[in-house]
Design a protein around this ligand. Structure first.
Ligand code: NDP
Length: 271
């Protein structure tokens, strides 16, 4: 039986992905900090791990437990993440560093922990959940986008490094998905930059995100992740969910200033 580890499985995309991988026949380990939020997964035969992706100890313990119990790991879905929003001028650098700890260094540390086992098996798949925000950009989202741009670059280098060992690396680029992500990002943005010099942009972007986060169900992405895990020859990137394809297309064909104008135009519709 194939074994999968999914991070950020207490909610949204990760939770649904754990369910879909289980349905596809995997032994699934669901990891997050809020274990009580994963009781429903445990009831479906999914194994629950308490894991904080900013804690080296908890990540090493989690991977150690998987290897002790099953002796292998076939799929790592690096999905845990959140949006630290606010103007660059306003976001304390400690918060920016924490955003990188969760979205980039946690992901990278798990790669370090699973890669030796995958190399030994001479097979494995690492699925990194980036975002369309790993290609496009918004005002007040500089730190979030920086982390997702980093995930994109790291994944490309990693794909080449791990290719000789039969391990593939796939990037997932969700568009707007109905999860807790949008509420957390907007709350961070309001707390950090609301009521000040950037207040108008805060209100506009909050309206834009409100629209985006009402869009697609997490299953849309869980299905794509399952496909990426199962495909014999996966694509390097999969995009799906509300707005993903048009946004990536616009970014690909428009010069920077034209994309700036497009995005600011979209935001102005909200105030
Ligand atoms: P949710 O907020 O619903 O889920 C985020 C998950 O990440 C939770 O399970 C949370 O678990 C976990 N997480 C956050 N911080 C940590 C931490 N320090 N250690 C361990 N786990 C952590 O959001 P989504 O499901 O939407 O987000 C999943 C991924 O998808 C993220 O990487 C996000 O950036 C990306 N994405 C989402 C989009 C959207 O529109 N929703 C669009 C594009 C990308 P807990 O708090 O219990 O630890």
């Amino acid at each position: 039986m194939k074994v999968a580890l999914v991070t950020g499985a207490s909610s949204g995309i990760g939770e649904t992905t754990a369910v879909e991988l289980r349905k596809a026949g995997y032994t699934v380990y669901a990891a997050a900090r809020r274990v009580q939020r994963m009781e429903g997964l445990a009831a479906q035969g999914i194994r629950v791990l308490e894991m904080d992706v900013t804690s080296d100890e908890s990540m090493a313990e989690g991977v150690g437990k998987i290897i002790a119990e099953t002796g292998r790991i076939d799929v790592l879905v690096n999905n845990a993440g959140y949006g630290s929003y606010g103007a660059v001028e306003d976001v304390p650098l400690d918060e920016a560093r924490y955003q990188f700890e969760v979205n980039v260094f946690g992901l990278a540390r798990l790669v370090q922990l699973v890669a030796p086992h995958m190399r030994e098996q001479r097979s494995g798949r690492i699925v990194n959940v980036s975002s369309i925000g790993g290609r496009i950009y918004e005002p007040l989202g500089a730190w979030y986008h920086s982390t997702k741009f980093a995930v994109e670059g790291l994944s490309d280098s990693l794909r080449l490094e791990l290719k000789p060992f039969g391990i593939d690396v796939v990037v997932i680029q969700p568009g707007g998905i109905k999860t807790e992500w949008g509420g957390i990002a907007v709350e961070n943005m309001r707390k950090t930059s609301g009521g000040g010099a950037y207040d108008r942009q805060v209100r506009q972007l909050a309206g834009f995100h409100g629209q985006m986060s009402r869009a697609s169900e997490p299953k849309v992405i869980a299905d794509v992740i399952t496909r990426a895990a199962e495909a014999k020859r996966p694509r390097t990137r999969y995009s799906a969910g509300f707005g993903a394809k048009p946004m990536l297309f616009a970014r690909g064909v428009l010069p920077d200033r034209a994309f700036d104008a497009l995005f600011l135009g979209l935001m102005r519709r909200f105030g």
